[in-house]
Design a binder for this molecule. Structure first.
Ligand code: ADP
Ligand code: ZN
Length: 635
């Protein structure tokens, strides 16, 4: 197998596969028709005869040479040899007791036997010692190849023969110049700062080695999916003008032990050939998962991890190979990976804040023609919680929408609608609600909004709609934080609970019914209440004891309970109490403001979508209950 130059990003797997199939066919043909082919080369003519004719020839002493194998008898006649002709007669050997006598007779007549035993047959010999092993090997390697192609192979290695089985199709991507710079990465200033040193090192390793400073061999980028970890790694390569090798940890997870390890070896070999370079390992948790994990061992992964550790320790960092790895589950990583001298630098790639989202929108609208009315700051405000990938997607959706609408530029409406598409799925035009259903949905949504607006500290609402969306929500209330919030007081959380339960409270208060539409609200409220009780120490009965620990902070933030069963039962009681008191309080609030609730709900029924401003206009007009200051600042 040829050595792969660094420029071949992916090897074309078709050619070798084809020739192997051809070879196998050839071998098969040779195996089954070998005897005949063999004879074709040794005899100029051949003729199939009946067994009887053979017996007659043998008994009449006409045979010059005979070859008796387990299934065939071949012979030449004296007559032909004398005439200088070479005709080979052959017949199928029958299970005939007589044959022994015949052979004895022939021996007495001085017939030459070329091969009485099949083992002595040249062809059989060749077949069993050379062709059969080759055939086996070829079939085996073909299977390996197919499997490797399915799972995505490693770098085509320089080692020939059996060592390179399964590595033919490279899944390593290599870019000479990524063309991405820090300009393309919005926000993430702290992460960039930590990476600047690495770039400087790649530019000028001598500066560091002269002093005797050792640079970290690798850095771990930690953050939620879509926050730009890959983008940052590419930007480091782009800024330093060095090649970028990337591979995903999940590609290493193979069924054949040893393949992953040899890929790691090849990856480092290739990279050090063209050093300085960046090696980027995405989803490193797929291989770097703790070896003593409770989910049981995995030989292949451990071998791969060991090889990775060995390579990290083994390579000379003064050459200028820097490894960047990304993960959203740093807590499952093996301690050995995080040890000093390996991935000892941890760079947090956070979800973007308001400014970060604004910058991200700026980056992604750089090449988009925007209409005058576009206000990216407002959009950034509305997209709290979105990550870079969401925003990139949003801008593209907006551009597509503008084209669909036959406009020359993207306007604010496109952006806002795309945001809803991205977070809620496209408007579901086909769903037709009955009038009664519509009324219930309207009251439900206004219930949420009104509780939020009437309670102090609560986040203002930016939009209420009862247009069904493909995500399954029949309507929704979009809350908009005025500012980034990192700390929430117990009072604020209680208001959040009331707001979440406000939908059901409105249904119950107005119609005296309970609908399935509140399922998601109840689930979210329960989650929040549970966290308040088990993690935030906000329940008097439980006190300041943590009953649950967060498992994967950067993914879904799921927590598992870690306490006695009776304590868990008490916690459940507390959660229920908390929820029902918030529910009662929301119902009371809506009963007290029943007129306002009716008014806004009717308006929403008419318009289907109302803005936060319209809502607040009603609320403010209704009474002086809310001081003016609290209604400012939204939108
Ligand atoms: P991750 O590796 O963290 O899952 P990626 O780096 O693959 O995320 O990000 C996916 C896409 O999202 C990028 O290609 C880019 O278009 C966009 N993106 C994410 N973060 C940013 C950012 N900070 N600035 C600009 N674009 C970003
Ligand atoms: Zn609801």
């Amino acid at each position: 197998m040829a050595n792969r130059g660094p420029d071949n990003q992916q090897r074309n797997g078709n050619k070798p596969k084809f020739s192997i199939i051809a070879l196998i066919l050839l071998v098969i043909v040779f195996t089954f028709f070998g005897n005949q082919i063999f004879r074709l080369f040794t005899a100029s003519k051949q003729e199939q005869v009946s067994y009887d004719r053979f017996l007659t020839a043998a008994n009449d002493n006409l045979i010059q040479e005979a070859e008796i194998s387990t299934d065939q008898i071949a012979y030449t006649l004296r007559e032909d040899v004398e005439n200088d002709e070479k005709i080979l007669y052959y017949t199928t050997r029958l299970p005939d007791v007589e044959l022994t006598d015949v052979v004895n007779t022939m021996q007495a007549n001085g017939v030459e036997f070329a091969g009485v035993q099949p083992e002595d047959d040249t062809f059989s010999f060749l077949f069993s010692w050379v062709i059969f092993p080759i055939l086996l090997f070829l079939i085996f390697s073909l299977i390996m190849r197919i499997v490797a192609n399915r799972t995505g192979g490693g770098i085509g290695g320089g080692i020939g023969g059996i060592g390179s089985i399964g590595k033919s199709k490279a899944k390593v991507y290599m870019e000479k110049e990524t063309g991405v710079t820090f300009r393309d990465v919005a926000g993430q200033d702290e992460a960039k700062e930590s990476l600047v040193e690495i770039i400087d090192f790649l530019h000028n390793p001598k500066k560091y080695t002269a002093i005797g400073a050792k640079l970290p061999k690798g850095a771990l980028l930690v953050g939620s999916p879509g926050t730009g970890k890959t983008l940052l790694a590419k930007a480091v390569a782009g800024e330093a003008h060095v090649p970028f090798f990337s591979i995903s940890g999940s590609d290493f997870v193979e069924m054949f032990v040893g393949v992953g390890a040899s890929r790691v070896r090849d990856l480092f070999q290739e990279a050090s050939k063209v050093a300085p370079a960046i090696i980027f390992i995405d989803e490193i948790d797929a291989i770097g998962r703790s070896r003593d994990s409770k989910f049981g061992g995995n030989d292949e992964r451990e071998q791969t991890l060991n090889q990775l550790l060995a390579e990290i320790d083994g390579f000379d960092s003064s050459k200028g190979v820097v490894i960047l790895a990304a993960t959203n589950r740093p807590e499952v990583l093996d301690k050995a990976l995080l040890r000093a001298g390996r991935f000892d630098r941890r760079i947090i790639v956070d979800r973007p804040n308001l400014e970060g989202r604004y910058q991200t929108l700026l980056v992604h609208t750089r090449n988009i023609r925007l209409a005058e009315d576009v206000d990216l700051r407002k959009l950034a405000q509305a997209t709290a919680g979105a990550v870079g990938a969401d925003l990139a997607n949003l801008v593209n959706e907006a551009a597509l929408r503008a084209v669909r609408m036959g406009r020359q530029a993207v306007n604010q409406q496109d952006l806002l609608v795309s945001f809803e598409t991205v977070i809620a799925g496209t408007e579901k035009k086909g769903t037709v609600l009955t009038d009664m259903e519509k009324r219930i949905v309207a009251y439900h949504e206004v219930g949420h909004a009104l509780v939020a607006a009437l309670r102090k500290h609560s986040q203002p609402v930016s939009k209420i709609t009862i247009v069904p969306h493909t995500s399954g929500a029949l309507g929704y209330t979009m809350q908009m934080p005025e500012e980034e919030k990192y700390l929430n007081s117990k009072e604020e959380l209680l208001i959040q609970l009331q707001t979440l339960l406000g939908g059901r409270a409105a249904e119950q208060t107005v119609f005296g019914i309970q609908t399935t539409g509140a399922a998601n609200d109840i689930q979210r409220a329960t989650e929040l209440a549970r966290r308040m009780v088990t993690q935030f120490g906000m329940s008097d009965k439980i006190g300041l004891m943590a009953l649950a620990a967060t498992q994967s902070e950067y993914l879904d933030g799921q927590a598992y309970m870690d306490c006695a069963q009776t304590t868990a039962a008490t916690a459940d009681d507390e959660v229920r109490t908390l929820l029902s008191s918030c529910y009662e309080s929301a119902k009371q609030l809506l009963r007290d403001n029943r007129a306002l609730l009716d008014e806004i709900s009717l308006y929403l029924l008419q318009k289907e979508t109302i803005t936060g401003d319209e809502l607040m206009a009603y609320v403010n007009a209704d009474s002086n209950r809310l001081p003016a200051a609290e209604t400012e600042g939204e939108q």
